[in-house]
Each structure stands twice: as structure tokens, then as C-alpha cells.
Design a protein around this ligand. Structure first.
Ligand code: GCU
Length: 683
């Protein structure tokens, strides 16, 4: 009864008979020999997938040597698995890894792993191969995830709203309780696990009154039921907590991290959580950030604050994920010394070495806030003795709010490939984040989810690619954005070549298109306050949020240089610092992030800043218009209703892109008085 959009990339659409997999016999039964809920869930998934893809049932059955089958099991617990895997290659399989091998003598495809979680990932891998029409007659695959934590952060509130959510209401909460749409939650778990995710925090980092009680016995029995669903798919549950809980929930007079009654309160709460959820992942904390409480109130620092929680979690193997999104959100716009971009580094770098080993600092990909273009946060790799993980935003707060198409995997790839140069060449962000750079025990990926209870999960159907791509990239950052896009398209819509190329081109061009008609040259913001949708050049210019462009009649941009600016460039190492510090060498796309320049300043492209603004905005709006025409080509090649859904969004995007174009161009024409060389219409 579910639509194709709901089933997303797990639609298991029928492959035309004869196309592939003639030896259906091979898939005629599934063998498991362990009594394990997770392996059972994996086998059920496989059976369902094969039935969809090949149109024949694949029942679970007992192992009989010689019968064709797909066998699933952990090493040493399954006769079929141990018969296929007898070699030393298995030593390389980590706790979540797996091997898939076709054994033609035994007429068997075997998926072996060292844990049941590995079986889940292995099953989804095999199903992906089948759905993509890849030959499975001679498989020999060994996989391990590159990143240890591959986490999703829900920004869901218990009243059912989703902060920065653009796809309906929460699937977890309504009316201040946990909802019981367990089928939907289970389907979400399947989608996440199939892409590689292994952890989820279910409530918003801004933890309000009711949500503060999620860690108490009032809600823990229900939270535990959610954990049960996710556990089936190898996903561990986390909660966001309110730093002031000892006061607001516990009735204490302080939340001072060095106070013994406060420490005791947290120990008790954590013990209750683990009594309900023995494999609970840990706590996610937004403290001293955007008016949320934190250790600063008591004259303590972030190490004091996080270590207090880490100490409580330590006996159970839990971790504290402490966000570094800490800055002065009550800045005076007249004050040009304070620089929000500097804040995370300035706050956290001096604390390197002071955090317990089960604390992980979660750092946003850029120094400001998930803009379409920002430099990479200089904090990555800068703390040798501290665990770090990266935070991306899948939900498109500043990238079109799922009304515009914006495939973000290319952006994330750029961030991951960025070489911090902290220990010379080869100090890339992806190595910091996978823990190999400094040899960390904990590290990984987190990202803010883009789903809600909309039938298609993500509002814009094409935004599903961002959720899928995030998981795939977290599993293996070496995958290309293009390969991920193509996989997603084939799994979701089938293999028609024109369809695949058309959607792939739309996705691959979408980030660039969005960037070109919105805020120019890395300056960011220029959006309407609060909801952040649509153009408003001065929307934040005289506010307290620290996100200014400083445009006047002569020029624009933020001077973050060492000599005359805020000195932010000095937070980068070596050649990065030199490059960003120099207006001549700074990459064009980031120029206004780092420099205040006249409108007549010449970019490396040879154009002046003002002409580049005009050109990119005219082109961007035109290319957005062009997306509509590309999409039209797909009529008749996919479900009518889904086709129309996306067509409607692309039409809205084209209209809004023109609005962006005209407001930005008009604003800068009026400020600068410089005409467009091409003489196009500016108002
Ligand atoms: C952004 C966003 C907020 C969110 C914050 C955060 O500023 O607009 O809604 O709470 O990031 O990451 O904590």
C-alpha cells in the first residue's frame, strides 16, 4: 500500500526476467542458523528484497549441504558460513564489516560477519547489487566501514515539530509523547541501515522542558522501545540532553559540573538510562550555545562540563558528544572585532588534552553555519589529543529548504578532501574524522536529518539522495558524489539510461546552481531572519548574530586577515593560512568570506566582483529555469504523480531563483552605481 516514494531506495522493483540472474535457483532459499533477532531481521529483508526484485519467493530454510541458498551467519556459529569462509582474510573483518562470497561448488552465496550488525550491512549490500543488476555469480567482497560513528541527529521536538524540518512533522513524537507509528520508524531504521548509518539521536539539540525528561523513568520505557526497533538494524540510540537538567528536572539549586550533588544526579540518571537500554550510545549536548545553558554559568569550561557527563557514562561504554557551535549570539553589529567564525577554535583549541577519552567534540563543517559555501572549520585536526567528529546538515536550512533541489554530497566531499596541512600534506579532514590522523578511539560523522512524516520522507523527492548519500559517504568517504547519485537513481527509479543521466546531471549541477543565484562569493546569509528562506540582503546586517556582509557604496566582504582584519586566517595552517590571507590568492568562491574589497576588485577569473555578481545571478536563475526543461524529458519514464511532484518544486525553484537574482543584483547595483556590462535588466 506504500508508494514508490515511501519505499525510497528500498523499493526492490522487479528486474525484467531474463535481464539478469537466470539462475534463480541460487536465490530460492535463505539459510540462517543462529537465533538472533537482528540476523532474523536481515534474513526477512533479504527475502522481501528477492521476492520484489526477482518475483519469486525466497523462504527461510534449514541448511542442507548441496542445496542452493544464500547463507547468513557470524563466523564460528554457522555450518554453511564456516564451510565457505575458511581463510585468513576473515581476520580483516572488523566489528561491523562483512564478507560476501559466491561459492559455485556449494551453490551458495554466503554473507559472513563477526557480528550480527555486519550481517545487516552485508544483506543490504547484496540487495543493492541485485537491484543494480550487477553480476553476483562470482562475488568476493570484503567491506569494513571507514568511520566508526555514522550518526544521524534528529532535531525533533516532542510536540511533533521539527526544528529546521521541511518534510512534515516528526515521525517520533506528537503531543509531548513518543508516537507509536512503529512501522514507519522501522522503515526509517531500514533506510538508515541500508545506507550505512549506525547511530541516531532522536531529539533536538535544543532540549526544551518536556524533552529534558527523556532521560527519566517517565519516558525511558518508551525510549527503550524505540531503541529496540533501531537495535534490530544495528543502530544505537542517543539522546540530546539539557545541561541544566539537574535544576530543571532534578530540583537541585545548581547545575555546576564540579558540584558533587550535580555529578551524583547525572550518575543516577545515566544508570537509569542504561537499566532501560543496555546498549545506549550516549548523550549529545549543545551547551553555552544560542542561549542554551552550559558550564559558563558557573565559571567552568567545556572540559569540566563534558567530563562530568563522560564520567557518568564511562562505566557503561557510553560517549558524550559535545557540540562546538559556541559563539556570542548577542554581538553588537557595530563591533567589528568580534568574529563569529573564530569562536569555535578560540573556545576549544586551548582545552586540547583536557577531555576524557569518551568525549567527542562535534564540529560543524564550516565555522559559521551550514551555508552553501564556507571554508572548512579550522578546528579539524587542530586538537591532537581530543576526539573529533564532523557535523553536516542534510536538512536544507540554508540550501533551499527542500523546495529547491540541492544535492549536497559534492559539498561534503570537498570538505572531507580539504587538506588542513596541520602535519604537512596528507592531513585531510577525512583522516581527522576517521580517527587515523591522530589515532583517536572515537570519531566519525554526524548530520542533521532531513526527514519528516511526509509520504516521501524528505518533502522534495530528490532530497532523498542527500540522506542516502550521507550514509554511503560516512561508510566510505572515497565514494564519488557522482557514483552515489547514480546508485540512488537506479535503486529508486530503475535503470532507464536517459532517466539515469538526466537525474544525475540535475543532481550534480544543483549545488552550483543554488550557489550562483544566492549570496555571492562565500559571503553567506542574506536570507530572511528566523525562517531563513528567500533573499533578504540586509536581513541579518544589523542583528546580533554575527553574520554580516558590510556592503557599502565602495565594496563588500569581511576582513578576516591578520594585518587589518579579525585574524581568523591565522587559525589555518601553513599554505592555507597564506592563501586565505591574501586577496590575490584567496579562491574566488571564498573571497568575500575573508576579504573586504571594492566592487571593482578583479577576481582570479578576470572579472570584477560586481560583474561576477551580475553574471552568476543571471546565469544561476537561467540554469534553474533549465532544470524544469530537463525534468520534462522524464515524463512517462516514471510514476506520473512523482514526476509531477518534482516538476512543481522545480517550477517554484525557478520562480524563487528569479527573485533571488533580482534582489541581489538590484541591491548591489543601487549600492555601487556600477552598470552591468551586458546591459541586462536590473531594477
Ligand atoms: C542553526 C539553526 C538552529 C540550530 C542551530 C544549531 O543556527 O538555525 O535552528 O539550533 O543551528 O546547530 O544548534
Amino acid at each position: 500500500h506504500h508508494s514508490d516514494a515511501y519505499r525510497a531506495w528500498l523499493g526492490y522493483r522487479r528486474i525484467a526476467p531474463g535481464e539478469r540472474y537466470n539462475q534463480y535457483e541460487l536465490y530460492s532459499s535463505i539459510v540462517i542458523s543462529e537465533q538472533d533477532d537482528r540476523i532474523h531481521a536481515a534474513a526477512t529483508e533479504l527475502s522481501r528484497g528477492i521476492e520484489g526484485l526477482l518475483g519469486q519467493p525466497a523462504p527461510l530454510s534449514d541448511y542442507r549441504n548441496g542445496d542452493a541458498c544464500i547463507a547468513l551467519g557470524t563466523f564460528g556459529h554457522s555450518a554453511a558460513i564456516d564451510e565457505v569462509f575458511q581463510d585468513e582474510a576473515l581476520a580483516k573483518i572488523g566489528p561491523e564489516g562483512y564478507v560476501i562470497r559466491t561459492n559455485s561448488t556449494l551453490r551458495c552465496i554466503a554473507i559472513g560477519a563477526s557480528s550480527s550488525a555486519g550481517i545487516v550491512y552485508g544483506v543490504f549490500h547484496l540487495l543493492r547489487l541485485l537491484a543494480l543488476g550487477i553480476d553476483v555469480e562470482a562475488l568476493d567482497i570484503a567491506e569494513n566501514p571507514v568511520n566508526r560513528l555514522r550518526m544521524i541527529n534528529q532535531w525533533d521536538n516532542m510536540d511533533g515539530s521539527v526544528e529546521r524540518g521541511y518534510a512534515g512533522r516528526s515521525i517520533f513524537f506528537a503531543d509531548n509523547r513518543i508516537t507509536w507509528d512503529s512501522e514507519r520508524i522501522r522503515d526509517y531504521a531500514r533506510l538508515l541501515a541500508s545506507s550505512g548509518v549506525n547511530a541516531i539521536s532522536i531529539n533536538n539539540v535544543n532540549v526544551h522542558r518536556v524533552e529534558s525528561k527523556l532521560v527519566t523513568t517517565q519516558f525511558l520505557p518508551d525510549v527503550a522501545k524505540l531503541a529496540d526497533i533501531f537495535r534490530l538494524y544495528g543502530i544505537r540510540l542517543f539522546l540530546s540532553v539539557n545541561y541544566a537538567s539537574p535544576l530543571e528536572v532534578g530540583g537541585l539549586s545548581t547545575a555546576d559540573p564540579l558540584d558533587t550533588t550535580v555529578r551524583e544526579w547525572w550518575r543516577t540518571q545515566v544508570a537509569e538510562v542504561y537499566a532501560a537500554i543496555p546498549d545506549f550510545g550516549g548523550l549529545l549536548v549543545k551547551a553555552d550555545s544560542e542561549n542554551r545553558p552550559g558550564p559558563f554559568t558557573y565559571g567552568r569550561d567545556h572540559a569540566d562540563g563534558s567530563n562530568m557527563l563522560a564520567e557518568a557514562l564511562k562505566p557503561y561504554g557510553g560517549v558524550v558528544i559535545w557540540r562546538c557551535f559556541v559563539y556570542n549570539c548577542k554581538q553588537d553589529w557595530r563591533d567589528r572585532k568580534t568574529d563569529r567564525a573564530r569562536a569555535a577554535y578560540d573556545h576549544f583549541k586551548p582545552l586540547d588534552g583536557k577531555f576524557m577519552d569518551n568525549v567527542i567534540l562535534q564540529v560543524k563543517n564550516g565555522p559559521i553555519d551550514f551555508q552553501v559555501r564556507e571554508p572548512v572549520s579550522p578546528l579539524f585536526g587542530a586538537m591532537e589529543a581530543t576526539n573529533q567528529m564532523i557535523e553536516f546538515q542534510i536538512t536544507q536550512e540554508y540550501t533551499g529548504q527542500q523546495r529547491h533541489v540541492c544535492y549536497l554530497v559534492p559539498q561534503w566531499k570537498e570538505v572531507l578532501e580539504f587538506d588542513t596541512l596541520i602535519k604537512g600534506d596528507g592531513s585531510s579532514v577525512k583522516r581527522v574524522v576517521d580517527g587515523s590522523f591522530h589515532g583517536n578511539a572515537h570519531s566519525g560523522f554526524a548530520a542533521v536529518s532531513n526527514i519528516g512524516d511526509d509520504e516521501n520522507w524528505t518533502g522534495h523527492l530528490l532530497a532523498q539522495a542527500n540522506l542516502y548519500g550521507y550514509g554511503r559517504l560516512a561508510w566510505n568517504p572515497e565514494l564519488s558524489a557522482e557514483a552515489i547519485a547514480e546508485e540512488w537513481i537506479r535503486l529508486s527509479f530503475g535503470g532507464d539510461e536517459q532517466l539515469v543521466h538526466t537525474i544525475r546531471d540535475i543532481l550534480m549541477s544543483s549545488w552550483g546552481i543554488y550557489e550562483s543565484y544566492t549570496a555571492p562569493l562565500g559571503i553567506g546569509f542574506m536570507v530572511n531572519p528566523d525562517h531563513h528562506y528567500g533573499p533578504n540582503v540586509d536581513g541579518y546586517e544589523y542583528s546580533m548574530w554575527g553574520t554580516y556582509h558590510f556592503a557599502d557604496c565602495h565594496g563588500i566582504g569581511v576582513d578576516r586577515t591578520k594585518a587589518t582584519g579579525t585574524g581568523y586566517t591565522a587559525q589555518y595552517a601553513g599554505a592555507n593560512m597564506e592563501q586565505y590571507d591574501s586577496p590575490a590568492n584567496c579562491p574566488d568562491e571564498l573571497l568575500l568570506f575573508f576579504h573586504h574589497v571594492p566592487y571593482t576588485h578583479r577576481l582570479q577569473s578576470g572579472k570584477t566582483v560586481i560583474q561576477s555578481i551580475y553574471d552568476t545571478h543571471f546565469e544561476g536563475a537561467e540554469r534553474a529555469e533549465g532544470l524544469k526543461a530537463s525534468w520534462e524529458l522524464l515524463e512517462g519514464k516514471m510514476d506520473r504523480e512523482l514526476h509531477r511532484q518534482v516538476a512543481d518544486r522545480l517550477a517554484e525553484q525557478a520562480t524563487h531563483a528569479r527573485e533571488w537574482r533580482d534582489q541581489i543584483n538590484t541591491y548591489f547595483y543601487r549600492k555601487s552605481g556600477i552598470v552591468d556590462q551586458a546591459g541586462r535588466l536590473i531594477y
